[in-house]
Design a protein. Structure first.
Length: 284
């Protein structure tokens, strides 16, 4: 069940990213991100009342808040990098960094010992994610992309660091923590985003349609973290993070099915490799 929960987490995150990306085309991405975190907080609070029987633990809440700081940081740098017209740099680099750092930390600091088959799955997942997330750079970047390459790469690494912090900190919450850490994380993410919004010219306004969509997107992302926590109870951190990190494949598939986008040759090979990696990790 741990593998299934991790894959459902990836599915939820992928759907959230896909819808959030569409909404960001119609409104300011900072506003969409902020409303999304508010929606995630509402879902997490509701889950606390309907699902949680464990009392709030300060340590678990602190780990959850640190995870939320990673969420806020990851979103800010990811969106900033993409706003610079360097999606084909930001997406794959942030995805790989978001996997590599938790795997290294899991092995060196948390005592994870993946089996040889799991290691093979991890090794296959890295190029798979790169290919899926990279796609067609010529269609995604604007003509002056070379001037933005270094800043975009820095944004990608910082975004990946935020994603890694989100996953690693949440993994430190106790097995009986229920959904409290996810709720604490949404509060922390909001705290990170509010000063940026105040310093920008975006304000907090959004159309009712965009606001509702952003809130649902944030709820889906919070649901992804809930499934991630369930997966952690049955799988080691390294395997759970890798499986949960296949979310970039979901927007690619949805783009083909919903927006009639074309799958590039590189993305096709990436999807095949991702399937192989999931199979190796599932049977490890």
């Amino acid at each position: 069940m741990g593998v299934l929960f991790a894959l459902v987490s990836a599915l939820c995150y992928g759907i959230s990213d896909f819808v959030g990306g569409l909404l960001s085309r119609r409104g300011n991405f900072l506003v969409i991100a902020f409303i999304g975190q508010v929606g995630g907080l509402l879902l997490a609070v509701a889950a606390v009342f309907f699902m949680s029987s464990a009392p709030l633990n300060a340590t678990d809440a602190a780990w959850g808040a640190l995870s939320g700081v990673g969420t806020g940081m990851g979103m800010l740098f990811l969106f900033r990098g993409m706003s610079r017209g360097a999606m084909s740099v930001v997406m794959p680099v942030s995805a790989l960094t978001g996997i590599a750092l938790p795997v290294i930390a899991g092995v060196l600091l948390l005592g994870d010992r993946p089996s040889p088959l799991a290691w093979l799955g991890i090794a296959v997942s890295l190029p798979a994610l790169w290919l899926v997330a990279r796609g067609d750079s010529s269609a995604q970047e604007r003509p002056g992309r070379r001037a933005f390459l270094a800043p975009a790469s820095a944004d990608a690494l910082l975004a990946g660091g935020g994603i890694a912090l989100q996953y690693l900190a949440l993994a430190q919450a106790g097995a009986t923590a229920s959904v409290w850490p996810v709720a604490a994380g949404r509060v922390a993410a909001i705290v990170v985003l509010v000063p940026v919004l105040l310093l920008s010219s975006a304000g907090f306004a959004a159309s009712p349609r965009n606001a509702a969509g952003a809130a649902l997107t944030g709820m889906t992302a919070a649901l992804a973290l809930l499934f991630y926590m369930l997966a952690l109870r049955q799988q080691m951190v390294t395997v759970t993070v890798v499986l949960s990190s296949f979310y970039p494949a979901i927007p690619v598939v949805l783009g083909i099915a919903v927006l009639r986008e074309r799958l590039t040759t590189l993305q096709a090979w990436g999807v095949v490799a991702a399937g192989v990696a999931v199979g190796l990790l599932a049977f490890s």
